[in-house]
Design a protein around this ligand. Structure first.
Ligand SMILES: [Mg+2]
Length: 450
C-alpha cells in the first residue's frame, strides 16, 4: 500500500477551502455578444475553486456567468455559502448532492435574498456545479457520464420536487427515467461516435455590419451547421434587412432562429415577428420578460406556426413548470449556471420530458458551452432519449481560456471524455483577467487615462 493510500484511509479527505476569482474579459471592445438589451457586455465569471486536502490535489471548479458590473457582488454571494462546503468530508458530500442542494437553497436567512432566484440562486449554482466537477473528477469521468450512470432512484434523489408535483411527481419522474433505461448503452455509443448537434449564434450579433453578417452566415453553413441565430429587436428596418441577407446567404434549408433578448412588450413582439415571418424564422427567443409566463403563451398562440423559445433568464424550475403547463414554449432553453446547478437542471430536463418539449440549451457567454453540453448529453442517454429538434447553442468565444474546451466538428459538439465538468480555466487566465488589478485591466485603465 502506498504512503498516500494509507494516509488517506486513516484521514478521509475534506473540502478545505472556497476561493473566488472576479474574472472579466473586455469583450465590449469588439461588440462580441452585443444584442438589443446588452449592447456592451464584458463577459465575466464569478469563479469558484473548492480546494480539498486529498493527496492528489483534487479541486472543484465552477462559476456564475455575468456580463461585467456586479461580478463582484456575485462573487460575494458565492462566498456566503462557504460554511456549507468547507470542512465537510469529501465522500459524504459527493454522495449526497441532493441533500446539500436542499440545505443551501433552503438556508433560512439567505433564502430571503431570492427565494430561488437571482444572485443568490446563481451562487448556489456555482458551488453545486463545482461539487459536480469534484465528483466527476474523482470518478475519472465527464459529468454527463457520471449522471448517465446513476440509477433512476439516485437521479430523482437529486431533485427537489417541492412546487413541481402538480405537474411532475417523483413517481412520474421515475417512470420517465426507467422507460429510458433500456437504450442507454446504445445512445452512449452513438454520442461518443457522432457527438451532439449544435447551432451557432456567432453570425448574428447586433453590432456586426452587413458584410460581416454575410461572411459569418456563409462560414456557418460551410462548417456544417444546419441552424444559425440572429439577434433582433433594436430596429425593425434593420432586422428585415439583416434577415433578408441571412436567408439569401444560407438558403431555404437552414433554420434561422431569432433572439430578441426580452426587448418587446407582448403586442410589439407579435407585430415584429409577423413582420419577419416571410424569412421563415424557426423560433423567436426571449420575446418579452422572462417572468411573463402568460405573455409568452399569448405570443405563442398569435405567431404560430413560428415557435417560441426561452429559458436563459428563467430563474427556477417553478417558472419553467408554468411555461410548459401554459403551452408557452416549443423549445426549453435551460442554462447551466442560472438556476441552481446540475440538480435543478435534472428536474427541468424531467419536466421537459414530461411535456415532450425539446431542450435546446442556452450557451455562449464564457464557459456555458463547456458546461451545458453535459446536460444535453445526459438528457439524450438517460432522460428524453431523443435528438429530434434538439441542438445546443454554440458561440466561438473565449474557449481558449479553458483546460478542456469544447470541440465542434461538422456542426456537432464532440462528446467530451475528460474527467469533470469542463469548467476549469487555465491558471494564467485567472491571473491575467482578474478584475480590477490583473494585467489586462490595468493596461486598459492606462489606455483610457492616456
Ligand atoms: Mg438568447
Amino acid at each position: 500500500m502506498s504512503e498516500f493510500a494509507s494516509e488517506s484511509s486513516a484521514r478521509p479527505a475534506r473540502i478545505v477551502s472556497l476561493r473566488t476569482h472576479d474574472i472579466r474579459f473586455p469583450t465590449s471592445l469588439e461588440l462580441d455578444g452585443s444584442d438589443a438589451m446588452n449592447p456592451d457586455p464584458d463577459y465575466s465569471a464569478a469563479y469558484v475553486v473548492l480546494g480539498t486536502d486529498s493527496p492528489d490535489g483534487l479541486e472543484g471548479h465552477g462559476f456564475a456567468f455575468t456580463i461585467g458590473r456586479g461580478n463582484d457582488i456575485q462573487s460575494t454571494a458565492i462566498r456566503a455559502l462557504e460554511s456549507y462546503v468547507v470542512g465537510r468530508r469529501l465522500d459524504d458530500t459527493l454522495e449526497d448532492l441532493g441533500g446539500i442542494w436542499k440545505a443551501m437553497v433552503h438556508d433560512s436567512q439567505l433564502r430571503w435574498l431570492g427565494p430561488e432566484k437571482g444572485v443568490m440562486h446563481m451562487a448556489v449554482s456555482a458551488v453545486i456545479n463545482a461539487l459536480w466537477d469534484l465528483k466527476a473528477k474523482r470518478a475519472g469521468k465527464p459529468v454527463w457520464e457520471v449522471l448517465a450512470g446513476l440509477t433512476p432512484e439516485q437521479l430523482v434523489d437529486l431533485v427537489d420536487f417541492r412546487y413541481l408535483t402538480d405537474a411532475l411527481t417523483r413517481d412520474e419522474a421515475l417512470a420517465i427515467l426507467r422507460a429510458a433505461e433500456p437504450g442507454r448503452a446504445e445512445r452512449k455509443a452513438k454520442l461518443l461516435a457522432e457527438g451532439y448537434p449544435a447551432y451557432t449564434t456567432s453570425p448574428g450579433w447586433l453590432g456586426y455590419d452587413d458584410a460581416k453578417l454575410r461572411r459569418l452566415c456563409a462560414e456557418a453553413v460551410a462548417e456544417g451547421f444546419t441552424q444559425i441565430k440572429l439577434k433582433v429587436g433594436a430596429d425593425l428596418a434593420d432586422d428585415i434587412r439583416r434577415m433578408r441577407i441571412a436567408r439569401e446567404t444560407v438558403g431555404p434549408g437552414i433554420r434561422i432562429a431569432i433572439d430578441a433578448n426580452q426587448r418587446w412588450d407582448v403586442g410589439a413582439a407579435i407585430t415584429w415577428v409577423e413582420a419577419l415571418a416571410e424569412f421563415d424564422p424557426w423560433w423567436v427567443e426571449e420575446p418579452t420578460s422572462p417572468d411573463d409566463v402568460l405573455g409568452h403563451a399569448t405570443i405563442a398562440r398569435a405567431i404560430a406556426p413560428i415557435k417560441v423559445a426561452t429559458g436563459e433568464h428563467v430563474q427556477n424550475r417553478v417558472v419553467f413548470k408554468q411555461l410548459l403547463q401554459s403551452g408557452a414554449i416549443s423549445f426549453l432553453q435551460l442554462d447551466a449556471a442560472r438556476v441552481a446547478g446540475v440538480n435543478e437542471n435534472v428536474g427541468i430536463l424531467l419536466l421537459a420530458a414530461k411535456f415532450s418539449v425539446p431542450v435546446c440549451p442556452h450557451a455562449g457567454g464564457v464557459g456555458l458551452c463547456e458546461l451545458v453540453q453535459h446536460l444535453s448529453m445526459f438528457d439524450f442517454v438517460a432522460v428524453s432519449g431523443s435528438l429530434d429538434d434538439r441542438v445546443i447553442e454554440y458561440v466561438d468565444h473565449l474557449h481558449e481560456h479553458f483546460v478542456d474546451p469544447v470541440r465542434i466538428e461538422n456542426g456537432n459538439y464532440v462528446t467530451p471524455t475528460a474527467p469533470g465538468f469542463g469548467a476549469t480555466m487555465h491558471p494564467r487566465t485567472l491571473l491575467q483577467f482578474a478584475y480590477p488589478d490583473g494585467p489586462v485591466w490595468t493596461a486598459a485603465k492606462q489606455r483610457n487615462a492616456s
